[in-house]
Design a protein around this ligand. Structure first.
Ligand code: GLC
Length: 560
């Protein structure tokens, strides 16, 4: 693997709508982000990915773009964006935007013109087909529920394809003019000084054509669009072209939202000359998911979590640099998902932080994760903003599931969980806004907030600061960034432990991933002595059999 400038960095995802509101309209904005750059720098974040801030009706919270060349006024202006890029540069930080080009918004000019003239130039930017006997060409189900086919406005005999919401018409990548537009957008932003992009839903750009039905997998007679994706061959041709015409000449950093890539495709995706610099590891996030909606998802235990992470590490090895996360804007909060119910506390949150952060790859922090922010309680469907949650709720209730159960599924899986406002203070609206927040604040802001945690040496926040500093410490960075990942006691229940083995140092990361204390053996290396680099408890008890670890104790040891 070729070494890259970003390997030793730490990345951070900002969900702008919920990060920091500078003008009191209840919506986070670019000036809010600028005002918090020093906070992020101090946390140790170097690369900042902003979820979409382009002009958008916000049907899918900005993942429906109506103008790729302008900032939505709710988030600020182009001057604000230029200022953010410049202020980040001053601090040796890098800004990534979200590249959402599988689809645009139905309010984008391209789509408006396609509706005016479906057979004209812009009609060919989309997948527009004829309805036959009132039906679209195939039975694919969109991610947010219902058929992917929607009547084309003004043309009741025609329909257009949307893999996501009906306000997100898919762009037809088979059309070279669409690919040309995409390259132009990317280059325009990179020329402005952007460091790169997080690339949204990218596996969806290739469709298996001609259209055909797949076996129905729910009572609605439709088939998950994922079945089609398994059949869609040739996405690499599009990705190669995009890389060669945009990212490569700019030396841009890119991270792909890649689901459904085959393991043997890893070198093509993130190898030295891969389509992307990196891609997210979603293995723990999708563990236990059923194709049948949230009601049938099963949970995940700490051992399952460990196994997912270790599998990924074994697959990626030295092929490339995977991006490690415990949450993002589409997932529940990591501490609510990976720590058993009722056991999320500062110790267990720090344990989870330790064991995921020091695995091999680029560590990402999602806003608020560094405070130990938790899932957002929900009491009725009217409170819910996320369209995926609303869809899952409707599907569940229609199939006879009691409303309380459907609501409970939202509280576990819903996307609002991670989207509630950042908890800056214990004051009104958690200090996020002086106005009315667009989404309710998690009531636990009185105890989980940046102000209090900054003042508390033992807080989750200060623990994250120690983690980022450790990974960048010149004495250990070589080992923690490039050292081999070697599992330790892989089959032992309630333990997540591994070595990072470099040329001249070996570091052990070990967590007692359960509330009961246990004695965990140490690997036999060197003279058996060690230096403690990090410990989420005040003490560490050595016994003849190994370490007597407290419930949820995690340590990082330099083994001599
Ligand atoms: C990605 C985004 C998600 C969005 C979807 C459609 O999965 O992360 O938030 O809804 O793509 O753009």
């Amino acid at each position: 693997m070729k070494r890259q400038w970003w390997h030793g960095k730490c990345a951070y995802q900002i969900y702008p709508k919920s990060f920091c509101d500078s003008n009191g309209d209840g919506i986070g904005d670019l000036q809010g982000i600028i005002s918090r750059l020093d906070y992020l720098k101090d946390l140790g974040a170097d690369i900042l990915w902003l979820s979409p801030i382009f002009v958008s009706p916000l049907a899918d919270e900005g993942y429906d773009i109506a103008d790729y060349y302008n900032i939505d006024p709710r988030f600020g202006t182009m001057d604000d964006m230029d200022e953010l890029i410049a202020e980040a540069k001053k601090r040796d930080m890098y800004i990534l935007m979200d590249l959402v080009v599988n689809h645009c918004s139905d309010e984008h000019e391209w789509f408006r013109r396609a509706c005016e003239d479906p057979d004209g130039k812009y009609g060919r930017y989309f997948y527009i087909e004829d309805f036959k006997d009132g039906k679209g060409p195939c039975n694919w189900r969109s991610y947010f529920g219902g058929s992917v086919w929607e009547p084309l406005p003004g043309h009741p005999d025609k329909c257009y394809l949307h893999a996501f919401h009906k306000k997100q018409p898919d762009l037809n990548w088979e059309n070279p003019k669409v690919r040309e537009e995409v390259c132009q957008i990317i280059n325009w932003w990179l020329d402005k000084g952007l460091a790169g992009f997080r690339i949204d839903a990218i596996m969806n750009i290739k469709k298996a054509l001609p259209y055909r039905d797949y076996p129905a997998d729910r009572g609605d007679g439709l088939s998950s669009i994922v079945n089609m994706l398994h059949d869609a061959k040739g996405v690499g041709t599009f990705l190669t072209e995009m890389r060669d015409r945009t990212f490569a000449p700019h030396g841009a950093f890119t991270v792909g939202e890649v689901f459904d890539a085959d393991p043997e495709e890893l070198p093509a995706f993130i190898g030295d000359d891969g389509y992307f610099s990196s891609m997210f590891d979603f293995a723990p996030a999708i563990f236990g998911h059923s194709g049948q909606g949230w009601m049938l998802h099963s949970g995940i235990t700490p051992d399952d979590y460990r196994n997912c992470v270790f599998d990924t590490q074994a697959r990626v090895k030295d092929i490339g640099f995977i991006s490690n996360i415990i949450e993002n804007h589409d997932e529940p909060r990591g501490v609510s998902r990976y720590i058993p119910e009722g056991e999320a506390c500062p110790a267990s949150k720090k344990l989870l932080a330790t064991v995921y952060f020091l695995t091999k790859g680029l560590p990402w922090i999602y806003q608020g994760q560094e405070l130990g922010m938790e899932n957002l309680p929900v009491s009725c469907i009217e409170e819910v903003d996320d369209i995926a949650s609303i869809d899952n709720y409707k599907v569940a209730v229609a199939s006879g599931i009691p409303k309380e159960d459907a609501l409970r599924a939202i509280s576990i899986h819903g996307r609002d969980n991670a989207r509630s406002p950042f908890q800056w203070t214990g004051g009104k609206n958690a200090g996020f806004t002086t106005g009315t927040p667009w989404l309710r604040v998690n009531p636990n802001y009185v105890s989980i907030n940046r102000e209090d945690e900054a003042a508390d040496e033992d807080s989750v926040l200060n623990y994250y600061r120690r983690l980022t500093r450790l990974r960048k410490d010149p004495a250990y960075a070589e080992t923690l960034v490039y050292g081999d990942f070697v599992p330790w006691l892989q089959d032992r229940p309630g333990v997540m432990a591994y070595l990072r083995r470099g040329e001249d140092k070996t570091i052990l990361v070990m967590g007692n991933f359960q509330k009961e204390p246990q004695v965990i053996p140490l690997p036999e290396t060197g003279d058996g002595s060690y230096t403690v680099l990090l410990n989420n408890y005040p003490d560490l008890k050595k016994v003849p059999e190994g370490l007597a670890m407290e419930g949820y104790q995690a340590v990082v040891l330099h083994l001599r």
